[in-house]
Ligand binder design. Structure first.
Ligand SMILES: Nc1ncnc2c1ncn2[C@@H]1O[C@H](COP(=O)(O)OP(=O)(O)OP(=O)(O)O)[C@@H](O)[C@H]1O
Length: 251
């Protein structure tokens, strides 16, 4: 791993004291003895957005699956912090029940996470309006477009008000309006204190919204830090884009 060049900033001190996600994976994969990722150490602090980036096949999804305990084996530990110690996962490929309507999905989430009824209804209606799905509440998600299914995943995540959001490639299926609304919601959630681990290939957006980055390559972390630290690690000047740094660091 490339060393991070500057000393502990005030932000770093605050960050280290209020972590909502701590991931220390010695290794993880789909078959015992064949690790796909190794030596993965990631933290996300309250109010922080960390971008998990890397080329195709680098191990980003496997890392996320290991955090969620969805891999066949892993060595290491994952700790969810915060007041509720609750995470919400927004997958790249929407997951839903064919026999439940959109509203029934929301009711199920509210029941599973014991969200108070009035608060649930108020928040659900706000989110449905924001994501323009009010007219679809009694429809089945199997008949939705990919972007609409993704919006359902996002609405469920925002309903939970978790300590940490783990969001896998949210921008690809969403239209520009929904992307702007999603970013505004994430910012509000960060202001509430939630942390976000955001896995994406949309580097120009990540560059603008993430506080820090973790760059994976061939199954392990090759660089991490703030955007300016990443520029420094890539030996590029401050005009360099995240994409240019990414190319240099994964050459
Ligand atoms: N279910 C699986 N069983 C076995 N190997 C897998 C499985 N899923 C992924 N892999 C392998 O793990 C490696 C890392 O894949 P992973 O999906 O974690 O990468 P990624 O960084 O998320 O890539 P992308 O940007 O293309 O989504 C790849 O070599 C892939 O073939």
């Amino acid at each position: 791993m490339f060393p991070v060049h500057n000393s502990c900033s005030l932000w770093e001190v605050v960050r280290l004291t209020r972590e909502v996600l701590q991931v220390q994976l010695e290794e993880a994969g789909y078959e015992l003895g064949k690790p796909i990722v190794h030596n993965i150490d990631i933290t996300v602090a309250e109010g922080e957005m960390v971008g998990l980036i890397g080329p195709n096949g680098a191990g980003k999804s496997t890392t996320i699956k290991a955090i969620l305990d969805l891999v066949d084996y892993k060595k290491g530990k994952v700790h969810i912090g915060g007041a509720k110690q609750r995470y919400a996962y927004v997958p790249e490929q929407p997951i839903y029940y064919n026999y439940l309507t959109l509203w029934e999905h929301l009711e199920l989430a509210a029941a599973a996470f014991e969200i108070e009824q009035q608060q649930f209804k108020q928040k659900a209606e706000q989110l449905l309006t924001l994501f323009k799905l009010e007219s679809k509440v009694h429809h089945y998600p199997g008949q939705f477009s990919k972007g609409m299914q993704q919006k359902l995943m996002l609405i469920i995540a925002f309903l939970l008000e978790p300590d940490v959001y783990i969001v896998d490639e949210p921008f690809v299926g969403l239209d520009p309006r929904a992307t702007i609304d999603l970013l505004a919601l994430l910012t509000m959630e960060q202001q509430r204190g939630a942390g976000v681990l955001l896995c994406t290939h949309v580097l120009d957006t990540a560059e603008k919204i993430c506080n820090r980055f973790v760059l994976l390559h061939t199954g392990t972390i090759v660089a991490e830090g703030t955007f300016s630290q990443i520029q420094h690690l890539a030996e590029m000047d401050e005009q360099a884009t995240l994409l240019q740094c990414f190319d240099r660091l994964t050459e």
